[in-house]
Design a protein around this ligand. Structure first.
Ligand code: GRF
Length: 220
């Protein structure tokens, strides 16, 4: 079993998708928000998950803020940290404290369009396919080893809102699938440092390695 912490700053639709999914044997043990007005806090309270506010503005330095995060995560014996719309860049201080145990969801096909407004960046670039990525967090911005991706076509009539909504719908399937597989110990790293999930066993339909989102992401 793995204890999952979710860090979020805003609406929390990805957090809701995690709440609604079967993550067993893992469970979400705490939601941490850095913004007192984040609607995600209410989602946690409604679900009976501890909702902790750690406001970055209440801390003088990034290190102090991150020490507060680390302390809270330790209280809950957290194994995996899931960044689900967490709008603070984490420094090496935090990343090293949870090395290879932090995942992030980004609304583009990494390494394309890192940072903010990824959907707008894709529209402005004129690409025809974008999507979403779940990756391990390293000390760069949206640069860590890629765990799984889903492609989303860009349509001629798309604007930022319609594209965001279609990518978000895929995020809601992808993030729980990855978190479930991580908690079940299915992550493998090859000699190049590339990440894969254990291959599906046709005989074991309950094997989350058989999860269609992870096995054949572009067909969603
Ligand atoms: C998502 O698009 C996610 O990819 C990005 O921030 C957004 C969070 O949305 N990192 P929500 O708060 O989960 O609805």
């Amino acid at each position: 079993m793995s204890n999952i912490a979710v860090l979020a700053s805003g609406t929390g639709s990805n957090f809701q998708a995690l709440l609604d999914a079967d993550l067993s044997p893992s469970k979400i043990v705490v939601l941490i928000a850095n913004n007192p007005k984040a609607p995600v806090m209410e989602r946690a309270r409604r679900a009976g998950i501890p909702a902790v506010l750690i406001d970055h503005r209440a801390h003088k330095t990034r290190t102090e803020f991150e020490d507060a995060l680390i302390a809270e995560l330790s209280v809950h014996s957290v194994d995996w940290v899931v960044l689900a719309g967490f709008m603070r860049i984490l420094t090496p201080h935090f990343v090293h404290a949870f090395a290879d145990r932090i995942v992030n969801i980004h609304p583009a096909l990494c390494p394309a369009f890192p940072g903010v407004d990824a959907q707008r960046q894709a529209l402005e670039a004129g690409v025809k396919i974008t999507g979403c990525t779940v990756h391990l967090v390293d000390t760069g911005v949206d640069t860590g080893p890629i765990l799984a991706q889903v492609a989303v076509p860009i349509l001629e009539k798309d604007d930022e809102a319609t594209l965001k909504a279609r990518i978000l719908a895929q995020e809601h399937a992808l993030l729980p699938a990855v978190v479930r597989a991580l908690g079940r110990g299915l992550l493998r790293t090859d000699e190049r440092g590339h990440c894969w999930f254990a291959p599906a066993s046709p005989a074991e339909t309950s094997d989350p390695g058989a999860d269609p989102v992870l096995r054949s992401p572009t067909t969603l």
